[in-house]
Design a protein around this ligand. Structure first.
Ligand code: ATP
Ligand code: MG
Length: 267
């Protein structure tokens, strides 16, 4: 399989997208309010926002895991309403099946879709190699660290070469050092693969470091308050970027929005 293909990322269109949850107490909760968004092919977009603002809801709608209340979602101009093969998802918890080996976890989506597993086995090994887990194919999840398991979950999301990779706080459960390494590795992997990424996070720092564009969401009902273009050269180096005034300017701009909304209180 050609892993160096560029511009194979999908283009995403979201128009007037809203989501209302009906609770068991018969309440209506407006989680997302009329979102309009276009995501360019191959770009890296991060979404930050306070807890409960609708970030996971947006991701679940894009992944086709929950029905939308109104509006449209398209991938490469094709309207979608159910899980789509061009989309791969990584969640905060790795959700690996403990009774399957690493390689069999990565091949799970292929098995579920009844595709030819033999055809994808080499690709799975290649992906493992790329995330630094060459030789780990036969291990079980219980034999791996949290960071390694999350790398396997990323491989599973990438096995079908998705044009869009959705990530919902993928590094939230990791320690600081592992998280830093994963952020760097994600950057190099994305620059090799060229797919479109929607990356949800609480971390303003990782959003600015990784993204071409940071979307800042308001508290519920979720809307996009700020669409900030991050204009810094790539590849971005961790230490250098964290000393860069431009980087800190972007971080400040996002923090200011949170402060203005009373989400971050200055002491
Ligand atoms: N199945 C559901 N039924 C009812 N309400 C829900 C449901 N799922 C989410 N909500 C509500 O919708 C809102 C948005 O939830 P969502 O999980 O998208 O937030 P989030 O931004 O991902 O938060 P966090 O940062 O804590 O993960 C919240 O107020 C939540 O309580
Ligand atoms: Mg969430």
């Amino acid at each position: 399989m050609n892993m160096t293909a560029q511009h194979k990322g999908a283009e995403i269109g979201i128009s007037q997208l809203s989501k209302v949850y009906h609770t068991r107490e018969d309440e209506d909760i407006l989680a997302l309010d009329n979102i309009d968004l276009t995501i360019e092919r191959g770009s890296f977009v991060a979404v930050v926002g306070p807890s409960g603002c609708g970030k996971s809801t947006l991701l679940s709608l894009l992944a086709g895991l929950i029905p939308r209340s109104s509006g449209e979602i398209s991938i490469d101009r094709e309207t979608i309403s159910k899980p789509h093969p061009k989309i791969g998802v990584v969640f905060q918890q790795d959700l690996l099946l403990y009774w399957r080996t690493v390689i069999d976890n990565i091949l799970l989506p292929i098995e579920i879709k009844k595709l030819d597993i033999a055809k994808y086995r080499d690709h799975a090994e290649e992906l493992l190699e790329q995330v630094g887990l060459g030789g780990m194919a036969k291990k079980f999840p219980s034999e791996l660290s949290g960071g390694m398991r999350q790398r396997v979950a990323i491989c599973r999301a990438l096995i079908q070469e998705p044009g869009l990779l959705l990530m919902d706080e993928p590094f939230g459960a990791l320690d600081a050092l592992t998280r830093e390494q994963m952020i760097m590795d994600l950057q190099s992997m994305w620059s090799r693969l060229g797919n479109t990424v929607l990356f949800i996070t609480h971390g303003i720092d990782e959003a600015v470091f990784l993204a071409d564009r940071v979307l800042v969401m308001s508290p519920r009902p979720g809307k996009i308050d700020l669409d900030l273009k991050i204009d810094m050269p790539r590849p971005r180096k961790w230490a250098e970027t964290h000393e860069d005034a431009t980087y800190h300017g972007y971080v400040r701009e996002i923090r200011k929005i949170f402060e203005a909304k009373g989400i971050l209180v200055a002491h």
